[in-house]
Structures are given as C-alpha cells and as structure tokens.
Design a protein around this ligand. Structure first.
Ligand code: AHG
Ligand code: MN
Ligand code: MN
Ligand code: MN
Length: 336
C-alpha cells in the first residue's frame, strides 16, 4: 500500500484502489462522495460561532435526543451529497426515523452501496467550541440490484463493512478511514480545500495509559465496569492511568488510537444497552479499531460479530488498545 506522506487524498484513492476487493472506480466514487460531504460539513461547523446555527433545532430525534441545528444541517448536507452521486442505493442516519431509498437517475435501482451515518457526533460540544465529528459506515447491498433496498441491507453485521471512517473537526480537520487495508488519516489544508495524507497506517499502541468513560454515571454502572475503573485508578505498575473524556466519541477514539487508551460506554441501571448506536457509531469505530490493531467489544464479544436487529439499536461499547480491552473484558466476565 502506498503511504507516502503529503500525498493528497485524491492521489491516494487512485493509487490504492487496486487493493479494494470491489470495482476500483466504485471505491473512488464512494470515497470522493464522502470527501466532498466532509468538506461541506466542515465549512458549516467552522463558521458555527458566526451565524445562527448554534443551539437546539427545537425537534427531538428518534433516539429521544434534542436535535441541535448542526445535527440537522450536517444530516441534510451528507444526505444531499451522497444522493447525487449515482453510487449509493440507501442511507440510514442517526437523525432519520427510517432508512432512505436512493434512486439512480435511471430509476432502475442500479446503485450498490449502503451508507450509514452519524452526521454530527458529540453535538453537545458545538455550543462550547469543542471538537465534534462525523462517522460513516459502508456496506454492499445484499438485496438484488434492480430492486428497492430493504431493511436487511442495513441490518448487516459490522464484519460486512467494506469501508468506514470518521471526520474529526478539531484543531485541524481530519478524515480517517479504512477500506479493509489498514487505517489512514488525512488532514485538511483549509486554504486549499485539500486533504493530505498526514497519518499513514495508523495503529493503536498495544496498551496505553488513558481511560475514557463518563464517570458521572458511576453509580449506575455494572460491577465489572466499577471494578475496572478502580483498577485504572490503583497505584501499581504503570497505574494509575489518566482519565480523559471529551464527550465526543470521534475525538476520544482519535486520541486513544494515537496515544493508547480505552473508551468505555457501558450499559447501566438506567440504560440497559448503554447509549451508543451499533450501526452509526460502534460498528464503524470497531472496524477502524480492528484495522488499527485495536479491539472493540460489548464487554463479552466482538462488536463486529453482532447481528443487528434494529436500525437504531444501542450497544455497550469497550474500544481501544487490545490489552486494555482484554483486561476490561476480564473484569466484565468476573462480575457482570
Ligand atoms: P451524538 O452527538 O451523535 O448523539 O453522540 C453522542 C455520543 C458520543 O459521541 C459521546 O461519546 C457520548 O454520546 C457522550 O454521552 P454522555 O454525555 O452520556 O457521556
Ligand atoms: Mn445525537
Ligand atoms: Mn454520535
Ligand atoms: Mn450524532
């Protein structure tokens, strides 16, 4: 695989398309659509403090969350951009009640790819100018070409993903993605509007010193998670670990992948499946984690092996450096 630094994303797509197991032209189209959508949303996020797009939109989404204006805007921009490119046959989004059927211009349902998105991740951070992200997950349809997409196209196990990634709108904007051949990170040069390969072949360190969990929910956590948190805080070997939690999965994941760490959003006595969405958040992050030598589990089994049953299904999430996830799983097995 070609991983020379300062290659543009456009060059990278062309030079690495041979490693894609499906048609190379299709991969280019798909990633180009995502790249374009990412730039459009980046433009909106960047000017958030200047125009009237901060704050609540006034509606509640299917998750029961108050939608932020940027949740709605990012959702619209992504869907619009993906719809127009003759490659995607269906889109599902955290912000939409149902999946969207996309017709190609010939109306013959010839497009092959399914995209699932969390258009704006960490949206509670918008008002305070803290990093947010976008997460995407791509599958090939399983319904026959020429027919409308069905719910089963969307309810595929994460193992079936053919590409996944995220955009982090941080101190700089980065697009990080995998097509099943490692993980590469591209940084946007805002003056030129071009993404450059800045983080080739990203890998989680085997272990790390950071744990990321919303400890405010501690009393509601299962005993195994409480015990693991105590373990992180003990004075022994390289512990205590450092606690870091941004409240934006994308940003927490990005930091932990670079520095070594674990992210946990467990189930709790008030949320029996936790909070994070299997299809829009956990599957794409789990695919990236595995591609970067890390691990992702629900505390007991790999996230990517779960057979989804609902579009907006939630799942407990333990993700990060492999040794740390294994240790957390040990605690879960001892004490659920
Ligand atoms: P979203 O903004 O897409 O709804 O996702 C928010 C998620 C995730 O990004 C973050 O890690 C987590 O919710 C934070 O939840 P808490 O505020 O409960 O910690
Ligand atoms: Mn949300
Ligand atoms: Mn999210
Ligand atoms: Mn979101």
């Amino acid at each position: 695989m070609m991983t020379k630094k300062n290659t543009t994303l456009g060059e990278f797509i062309i030079e690495n398309q041979a490693s894609f197991q499906y048609s190379s032209g299709e991969l280019s189209k798909l990633i180009n659509a995502i790249r374009l959508a990412a730039k459009v949303v980046n433009h909106e996020v960047n000017k958030a403090g200047l125009v009237d797009i901060i704050g609540a939109a006034g509606d509640t989404n299917i998750q029961g969350e108050d939608q932020q204006k940027l949740d709605v805007l990012a959702n619209e921009k992504f869907i619009q951009t993906l719809k127009n490119r003759e490659i995607v046959c269906g889109i599902a989004s955290e912000e939409e009640d149902d999946f969207i059927q996309v017709n190609s211009s010939d109306q013959k349902n010839q497009n092959k790819y399914i995209v699932l998105i969390d258009p704006l991740d960490g949206s509670s951070n918008i008002d305070v100018n803290v990093s947010v992200g976008t997460i995407f997950s791509i599958y090939r349809r399983i319904s026959p070409i020429g027919t409308p997409v069905t719910i089963d196209d969307f309810l595929q196990p994460g193992r079936n993903q053919i590409a996944a990634g995220y955009v982090v709108y941080g101190t700089s904007t980065m697009l990080v993605y995998t097509t099943g051949d490692g993980v590469n990170g591209f940084t946007l040069n805002p003056a030129l509007g071009t993404f450059y390969l800045s983080h080739p072949n990203m890998k989680y360190p085997q272990t790390g010193k950071i744990y990321s969990v919303n400890e405010g929910n501690y009393v509601h956590f299962p005993q195994g998670v409480k015990d693991y948190i105590k373990y992180c805080q003990e004075e022994e070997d390289d512990r205590p670990y450092t606690s870091r939690y941004i409240g934006s999965l994308v940003s927490d994941f990005h930091r932990n992948m670079i520095k070594g760490g674990i992210y946990i959003y467990p189930k709790s006595s008030v949320a029996s499946e936790g909070k994070l969405r299997l299809l829009y958040e956990c599957n794409p992050m789990a695919y990236l984690a595995e591609q970067a030598n890390g691990k992702a589990s629900d505390g007991f089994r790999p996230i990517l092996d779960i057979q989804p049953t609902e579009l907006h299904q939630r799942v407990p999430f333990f993700c990060g450096s492999s040794k740390m996830v294994e240790k957390a799983e040990e605690f879960m097995q001892r004490n659920q």
